[in-house]
Ligand binder design. Sequence first.
Ligand code: C2E
Ligand code: MG
Ligand code: MG
Length: 634
Amino acid sequence: MRSREREVIGRADRRRPAGVGSGADALLIAALALFNESNDLDAALSKTLTMLTAALDGRIGEIWLRGGDARDVELRYSSSDGAPDVVAFEAEGKALGLGAGPALVSRVVKTGRGSAAASVGGEGMGDRTSVAAAADIHSALTFPIRGKCSLVGVLAFFRESTVRPHSEALASMPGICHHLGRFIERMRAENAIHEAAMELAALASTDALTGLKNRREFDRALRTIPRLPFAVLSLDVDGLKNINDSEGHAAGDMLLRVVGHTLGLLVRGWDVMARVGGDEFAALLPEVGVFGAQLVAERMRVAMHSLALSIGSVRITVGWSAAPAGADPLSVWQRADESLYQAKRAGGDRIAGASYERGEAADIAERSYSDVVARILEGGSLSTMYQPIVSLENGAVLGYEALARPEGFAAMDSVEPVFEAARTGGQIRDLDWVCRRQAVDDARRLPDGSALFLNISAAALLDPVHGVDQLLLLLSSADRSPETVVLEITEHERIRDYEVLARVLAAYRAEGIRFALDDVGEGHSTLELLAASSSEFLKLGRSLTMTSTRVGSRAAMDATLAFARVSGAAVIAEGVENEFVADLMKAGGVRLGQGFGLGKPTMADDVEDVATALSERAALSALRPRSAEAGSLT
Ligand code: C2E
Ligand code: MG
Ligand code: MG
């Protein structure tokens, strides 16, 4: 395709008559270059329009494109200089929708001929006559845009002057319109082929009964060796054969559909959930460790218990295996399968599994959350992951939140139950301290000057023993200045004495340490605490962010934003899992975000990779970082 277009440019050059480099040729060549180099119809047409409007001395240019019906056109592109009268003129044209269009455009559609000096008075402009006068528009130029066989649309330019524009520009218009028509047809055909190919690919990779991925797609997913820890689940519907025998295959199919649908709802967008055989399902879960795999497996098993079907109850058995980065996914799946069959033999409706690399001592999978706490406090393995807090406007990373990851927990496994177990066991202060020490220490490997957001439990915050001095000592041993530290206050319900709180916060603030109120809008967060803490940052809780289209959440979000405006706090939306949520937050007036869609929790050594990934991810173009403004927290 491209070479053909280049050939066209070549011919245009050769055809050039007297006066090489004349204005007419320059315009044609500029337009051809645009068509030749563009893969984006919208961008190319907008640029072309701007260029031609200027060349023809127009106030505004428009491209009307044909819809389905031969006589219908629609205003699709306009070059507006943003002046209010021009915008009003443009809006009036857009408001016409798909139809005959204004008379001077529909005339071109009917006759196939344009006009170099159409008057804009009277019926030619229809309802736009008065707005045209307000915008100082007195004449119009129209050109047909022809495709290979039929008219594609109409180019219209509206001008202040009634004198014909520069003749060179006019002379090049037939050529430009010819190529423009071909370009639009080519791009439309390419887009249609692309869409058809996408649909075919989706069909080829989808299980028709459940809408999940099929076996082929699952096999394909397993061919890539993951660079991060991952888990595989192997699932089986209990007693499907009996249902098929007693109730018929239609009932069996219905059951599989319901099971598939339920499983599909329990995985994240980037997980691969597939139906891999008659009654067998499998899932590949990136960045999930032993504890996450167990959690998901159990959630899936339990979800079946709440399904009400006419044929009776549904039960599944789940085998899981969690593996480190670099393990062969196929062998990990086999290991999950072995666990599945063990669990089946034990009677079904249960989960079983193991870490792929069974430890020398007991398998970590057998550890309870309180065992995990005990191990950490005994000096067992603990790492910290850092999740970026990102500007939703330009993608710049403003700082990182430290998140504890004990052995067996991958980036996206929740450590919430570990902290809960420590609370119940009265070990929260100790656990909190060990995690913070590790977080500050590992943060040395973050990019220079990065701000560090540290979670702090209420017990530790209000405890005079683990006070300011101890934190300062810790920071100085890691060469970190207190001005780069933000403490995140969670467990709002545990903070009752606001006088003590005020004293403690003042002592930290005197050293330059700032505060964030974590998970605002979740659990028992109170307005009192909002006011009493005067936090520099307010973090909108994930459940609020994720439901921000609901009226209640919206109201809570607006109240928080209003409070932030008055108090001067910066608002950070948590749980930004995708671009859609990012856009919603931005539209709602939130400038900062954190979430898997903006950057997953990562080891300190890898955080720069996150910033690069962000800059390269086209899907998040609106969030692309312009520069690594790490640490600038303004
Ligand atoms: P948090 O401070 O609100 O941390 C955010 C949690 O949300 C993290 O879970 C993070 O992995 C998760 N998250 C981030 N983005 C997304 C997203 O887009 N979608 C979803 N679904 N989740 C997202 P994590 O690491 O499991 O931490 C849970 C809680 O445990 C934290 O909530 C914090 O209260 C506490 N915690 C974690 N590490 C520490 C620590 O070192 N010290 C203390 N005191 N508490 C910690
Ligand atoms: Mg937090
Ligand atoms: Mg939070």
